[in-house]
Design a protein around this ligand. Structure first.
Ligand SMILES: Cc1cc2nc3c(=O)[nH]c(=O)nc-3n(C[C@H](O)[C@H](O)[C@H](O)COP(=O)(O)O)c2cc1C
Length: 209
């Protein structure tokens, strides 16, 4: 089986957030998709190890913002590489609340959807949540970011917890992982003056994976 055939699938890029018992959290996903129109329902697949999945299971609620092309790697790192179990992601004074009381940031967001979970499916490493949209709003007029744009133009990478992750051996690339935040740099050599775009650690904080 040629696993790299999976790279031909197209996706967008989103931040899915929730809140439970006073804890707000969210993570970057590429697996959000609309599954029905009447009523409008969205499905998202979140790794069971992610705090976001654990909180959605308890709250029965999630929202999603569509990331815009101009979202910097630092913003994606805040939600897509950092773990809510280790640090507070919604602590920067840019938190808005949607109609279900869930957090999101308006910055780099083309649209917002807030959903009530109507079905949960255990798909192994991940939980699939299907949610009915109770609020839908357009925000920033900027172009939405596609997964391909994130990789090809932003030179972004994908951590292990994403369903679309493939081991460097399968993608035939050498990679270096930041031991502090988990950011992955792909390349045969890591430049000596490299600084982690997410947590600003120097090259010495990276290990070859
Ligand atoms: C481009 C990109 C796509 C991702 N897609 C998914 C996804 O679809 N599902 C998922 O569970 N994690 C995905 N992740 C990984 C999570 O965002 C990441 O593991 C995050 O640190 C989890 O945070 P949490 O533990 O606070 O929930 C993706 C990350 C990136 C950068």
């Amino acid at each position: 089986m040629d696993q790299t055939a999976l790279f031909k699938l197209s996706y967008g890029l989103y931040i899915v957030s929730t809140a439970y018992d006073g804890k707000q959290n969210g993570c970057v996903v590429n697996t959000l998709t609309q599954v029905t129109s009447e009523p409008a329902r969205l499905a998202v697949t979140v790794n069971k190890a992610n705090l976001t999945a654990q909180l959605i299971e308890k709250s029965g609620l999630f929202n999603a913002v569509v990331l815009t092309q101009d979202a910097p790697i630092e913003h994606i790192g805040r939600f897509g590489f950092a773990r809510g179990a280790d640090r507070e992601k919604y602590d920067r004074g840019d938190t808005q609340l949607d109609e279900n009381g869930l957090p999101y940031t308006k910055q780099y967001a083309a649209a917002l959807f807030s959903c009530k979970v109507v079905q949960m499916l255990d798909v192994g490493t991940h939980m699939m949540f299907i949610g009915e949209v109770t609020q839908a709003e357009k925000l920033d007029g900027a172009e939405p970011m596609t997964y391909a744009y994130y990789h090809q133009v932003k030179k972004g990478t994908t951590p292990k917890n994403a369903p679309s992750y493939q081991k460097p051996a399968q993608s035939k690339k050498t990679a270096w992982k930041c031991k502090v935040c988990g950011y992955i740099y792909e390349g045969d050599t890591l430049p000596e003056d490299f600084v982690c775009p997410v947590c600003k650690q120097p090259a010495s904080a990276f290990e070859k994976i």
